[in-house]
Design a protein around this ligand. Structure first.
Ligand SMILES: [Zn+2]
Length: 252
């Protein structure tokens, strides 16, 4: 099978899993079953026909509106589907058809889904982060560069590190700096990237979050900053480039 055919299959799979991610992003914070009922319009609750469920295609063909109530469909749906597909394609091109690309795709699925759920609802559900820890640890048994020991340590350090930040934030800033969801997300990332890279993840997340927070709060005067997207960004960068970045750092 040529790379072109694999790339096409990966793009289609990415759209389908992006569509599944949209189900999780909408339903998990509302505590609705992810199986029943089938897909429906969030505005008028009308069940969707098979051709209205096609990822991306139905959004484009319907002009971004529900066929029944003509309500606008959130841009989040096509964006998540497209980001998943392009992210998976990027991983394939970066790693080739290797096991690392598969691990990266699973991690990317969790990162995009948790970040989007946090952005839309302010929650990072356990139903995402607990499976993330278990699956990340299970994948580390296949030798692709991460040992089960490093994965397990990544979970403990990821969770423990944010716990310290959270307690410090309470003492220093007298407010909840981080929630339990953030903590479990970093633990989940640790399971995929190992203990060294989870430190890098936290560093990138705190740095980018602080810079964004300073600008965002300066403009909007809002206190609340959702930290999940920054953890997701840190996790992705750490997964892709931790060897390069840590190697460069240690050689200084
Ligand atoms: Zn509708």
């Amino acid at each position: 099978m040529g790379l072109f055919v694999i790339a096409f299959v990966v793009l289609v799979l990415g759209l389908v899993f992006g569509s599944f991610a949209n189900v999780l992003i909408y339903r998990l914070p509302l505590n609705i079953s992810i199986v029943r009922p089938g897909s429906f319009c969030p505005a008028c609750k009308e069940p969707l026909a098979a051709d209205e469920k096609l990822p991306l295609m139905s959004y484009l063909s319907q002009g971004g509106r529900c066929l029944h109530c003509k309500e606008k469909i959130s841009l989040r749906y096509p964006l998540v589907e497209l980001t998943m597909a392009l992210g998976w394609l990027g991983l394939l091109l970066h790693y080739g058809a290797a096991f690392e690309a598969l691990v990266g795709a699973v991690l990317f699925f969790f990162l995009l889904t948790t970040a989007a759920t946090d952005l839309s609802s302010g929650l990072i559900p356990d139903k995402l982060t607990i499976p993330m820890m278990i699956i990340g640890f299970a994948l580390s048994f296949y030798p692709f560069g991460l040992t089960p020991f490093s994965s397990l340590l990544g979970v403990l350090i990821g969770g423990g590190l944010l716990l310290i930040f959270a307690l410090l934030g309470k003492v220093i800033f007298k407010r909840e700096a981080m929630g339990g969801g953030d903590l479990k997300l970093l633990a989940g990332i640790g399971a995929f990237v190992g203990w060294e890279a989870v430190l890098l993840t936290a560093f990138i997340a705190v740095l980018t979050g602080a810079i964004y927070g300073a600008i965002y709060q300066g403009i909007t005067k809002k206190k609340e900053l959702r930290f999940g997207p920054f953890l997701a960004l840190g996790g992705l960068v750490a997964f892709l480039f931790s060897d390069t970045i840590l190697g460069w750092y240690l050689s200084l």
